[in-house]
Design a protein around this ligand. Structure first.
Ligand code: GLU
Length: 464
């Protein structure tokens, strides 16, 4: 059997972290088995779906590096196919027209609520049965189509995550599969699509567990082979409640903007619901090699911002300056700063000190504009006696005007000034850092200066 997985986001908002994790697992599972990964846009909620959300989702998927083999396939472009299947179900007796209106159902619900009794729901009035006489068709009502769900027996499946699950058919009403506007509902379209696209393994969030028994019944009614299902537990926020917009960033895009690396996000998301021994830090390739569908957690994972930062810092260190440069350039552009020519070298110099590309861009920005004399910086000048070092800084400036512009030559010039002025390294190096970069701690100052232009260093020393 060819493994084929899919991710099927609804374009009603950004790519949620939970959906990103599902996409990652689906992608890794397909890759692990040499199969295919399909991207489908479930845009049948016409009122809430937007082109902008679709673009954002595609962009976030690309940013994560979750390359799809087929798609994006849009459900709204497949209406003819759904109608064809509905027509065959209607003629085969697996589905029927229902003229009970949403207004009637709402009125009934209100009555039940007022009387304090459990809601009766749709009463099966239009369900055809041998010997049953159906009510007269009301004029002017466009019917919905309902699935004729079996009333006896039970639906059982062996969930890839949760294990065996059984739901009695009497718990399941006759689901609406096509609204009166002719658009199919989620539970129907998803089955036709997964069948047509030969999806073998469906990973999705556990909020869909209740939908799966209906879907399985629809597969059976269509004579379609069943995929395997795996329902992933929710992700909880660090307050133990379901991760939601109200409690902080939940979109992949927000983390991209906040300077997390795709490698870091993938690594972190992978561990939110799956493990491979004690491995905490790994690449996407390693995950693909390991991800065989085992060791998926049944219980919810908790979002841990500190762990994400730690994982991301690891991947930042592991990345080369060349890899980081475009991401940092994007962060600089946000601040209205142009990309400096030495960007890869700057990234390589500072990456070990950073957690995100935002922090890295802040380091690079030190090379692009002179330090602002804030009260904090003034206090550092005081503490490190910058004023008292004026003669040494002036002497250094004179030497730097002459030397070859390389780190070793700059280091030699600094040493010569130390000897001449009888100073220890920190007594000159810290004031020098403060004057040129505005920070009292940096990587080796000769390496830092070498990545400035000579003119910039001389000007900053002069101005100071
Ligand atoms: N459009 C559904 C969602 O975003 C897809 C669920 C599924 O994967 O079946 O939740």
């Amino acid at each position: 059997m060819t493994v084929r997985t899919r991710i099927a986001p609804s374009p009603t908002g950004f790519l949620h972290l939970g959906t990103a994790r599902t996409a990652l697992y689906s992608w890794a599972y397909a890759r692990h088995h040499g199969g295919q990964f399909v991207l489908r846009i479930e845009d049948t909620d016409v009122a809430r779906s937007t082109q902008e959300a679709t673009e954002q989702i595609l962009q976030a998927m690309r940013w994560l590096g979750l390359a799809w083999d087929e798609g994006p396939i849009y459900q709204m472009q497949r209406l003819d196919r759904y109608r064809e299947v509905i027509a065959s179900m209607l003629s085969g007796g697996g589905a029927y027209h229902c003229y009970t209106t949403p207004e009637e159902l709402a009125a009934q619900r209100a009555e039940d609520e007022a009387a304090g009794r459990p809601p009766r729901g749709y009463d099966g009035r239009w369900r055809p049965e041998p010997g049953k006489v159906l009510p007269p068709v009301p004029a002017g009502v466009t019917p919905v189509v309902r699935f004729k769900n079996p009333q006896d027996g039970a639906v059982t499946w062996d969930d890839l995550v949760k294990g065996p699950i059984t739901v009695a058919n009497k718990e399941l009403d006759d689901l609406i599969i096509q609204r009166s506007d002719g658009v199919p509902t989620y539970n129907f379209a998803v089955v036709v699509d997964d069948w047509d696209m030969a999806i073998s393994h469906v990973f999705r969030g556990e909020e869909h567990i209740n939908n799966t028994p209906w879907q399985i019944n629809i597969y059976r009614a269509l004579g379609a082979p069943l995929p395997r299902f795996g329902h992933l537990p929710v992700i909880l926020g660090d307050d133990g409640k379901k991760l939601s917009k109200r409690r902080g960033a939940v979109s992949v895009t927000a983390y991209a903007e906040a300077g997390y690396l795709p490698e870091g996000m993938l690594n972190y998301l992978a561990r939110l619901g799956w493990s491979h021994g004690d491995d905490e830090l790994f690449t996407a390739e390693q995950m693909v090699a390991w991800f065989d569908g085992s060791h998926l957690n049944k219980s919810p994972a908790q979002w841990d911002a500190a762990k994400l930062a730690w994982v991301n810092a690891h991947h930042l260190k592991a990345a080369s300056g060349e890899q980081l440069a475009p991401l940092v350039a994007a962060q600089l552009a946000r601040q209205g700063l142009a990309e400096p020519p030495a960007l890869p070298a700057l990234c390589a110099l500072y990456k070990d000190r950073c957690t995100t590309t935002v922090e890295l861009a802040d380091w690079v920005a030190l090379h692009l504009r002179p330090p602002v004399r804030t009260p904090e910086l003034e206090a550092l000048w005081q503490r490190h006696e910058v004023a008292a070092r004026a003669p040494a800084l002036a002497a250094l400036r004179a030497r730097l005007a002459e030397v070859e512009w390389t780190a070793p030559a700059i280091a030699a010039a600094i040493k010569a000034v130390l000897a001449e002025q009888g100073l220890k390294m920190p007594q000159l190096a810290i004031p020098l850092r403060l004057v040129v970069t505005g920070r009292d701690q940096t990587p080796a100052i000769d390496a830092v200066l070498a990545l400035f232009s000579r003119d910039d260093v001389l000007t900053r020393l002069q101005d100071a």
